[in-house]
Design a protein around this ligand. Structure first.
Ligand SMILES: [Fe+2]
Length: 314
């Protein structure tokens, strides 16, 4: 039988294993089941505001390298507009903020605050590896004319990328901006799901999978974060006249997974390392913010030039 066969209505064993693992990994006292492969976690206003203040320090450190006069008091709408009009050199074509030498401390501060947020949601100890150091992303509002092969506008699983694996889940954390018209849609696999559907491919090939999935009716909003298993497909949606939004979309490997679905990659960072940032570790970036970022087809090298220092050995 083809791995894409539509005939049987019986739930595949791969899907059953995924549902059970997902529940074991991510169910906690804060979780709400959106479906059996996506959980959401409400974020209290004060907790979100604490995190956003460290995000703002990081973002304005990037902008001030372009001689913009922005400060902690500048409204988010103005900051996002400034970035959209005049992109700082450390933001990639697809909106990733790449930490650089001059802004390492601000990045470390944001990481510390992010770990604090995860811990408050009782998610910290659920994560074994981050697929890369957590990154901030701006999704611009203007519609692109031409997409790259791995553009998030295509229906995709994050497991399809070079640095990821089939055992990953993704944490979606919308932060500020026009998330009502600039958001993410999610799609649930049909019963004949097979882990081979997560074999590596370009996002642009995701359209071939649409018949094997059904769209979910799920709210994308700043008051909660979502965690979705990699068997869930998703795509970015930008409606006409939408503005930019800021979010963190982070691939992670949970504690429990099928070993054949995971292989280590040098980009993967253990949670326990990131958790020590700001205590006895610091992540240093060597490239200057003024060094131009190379555009690649798959975008795997943006965080390569980094080093984790143990402060007690200095
Ligand atoms: Fe994605």
């Amino acid at each position: 039988m083809s791995k894409f066969s539509k005939k049987s209505n019986k739930i595949s064993s791969d899907l059953i294993v995924r549902k059970n693992l997902f529940k074991r990994n991510f169910k906690n006292k804060n979780s709400k089941k959106e479906c059996d492969l996506i959980f959401s976690y409400n974020i209290e206003k004060s907790l979100l505001n604490d995190f956003l203040s460290s995000v703002k320090i990081f973002v304005i450190s990037c902008l001030n390298f372009k001689n913009k006069r922005v400060s902690q008091n500048t409204k988010w709408s103005k900051i996002l507009k400034e970035i959209s009009l005049n992109r700082p050199p450390n933001i990639t074509h697809n909106g990733l903020f790449v930490p650089k030498k001059e802004i390492s401390l601000e990045y470390n501060l944001m990481l510390t605050s992010f770990i604090n947020l995860l811990k408050k949601l009782n998610l910290g100890h659920k994560i074994k590896y981050f697929i890369g150091p957590p990154q901030l992303r701006i999704k611009f509002g203007n519609k692109k004319k031409k997409f790259m092969p791995n553009s998030s506008e295509y229906l995709h699983s994050d497991a399809w990328t070079q640095i990821n694996t089939k055992s990953c889940s993704t944490l979606f954390l919308p932060l500020v901006g026009d998330y009502k018209k600039n958001y993410v849609e999610f799609f649930y696999p049909k019963n004949n799901y097979n882990d081979q559907w997560l074999d590596k491919r370009y996002f642009m090939d995701g359209k071939n999978m649409i018949n094997y999935y059904k769209k979910l009716n799920l709210q994308y909003t700043t008051k909660k974060c979502l965690i979705a298993d990699s068997s869930i497909l998703h795509q970015s949606v930008t409606k006409n006249n939408c503005q930019a939004r800021l979010s963190m979309d982070i691939g992670l490997i949970p504690f429990n997974f099928k070993s054949k679905n995971y292989s280590n990659h040098s980009n993967h960072v253990p949670y326990e390392i990131i958790e020590k940032i700001g205590k006895d570790k610091i992540m240093i970036y060597k490239d200057s913010i003024e060094k131009k970022i190379k555009k690649t087809k798959v975008g795997t090298n943006t965080q390569a030039n980094r080093q984790i220092l143990s402060l007690d050995q200095q």
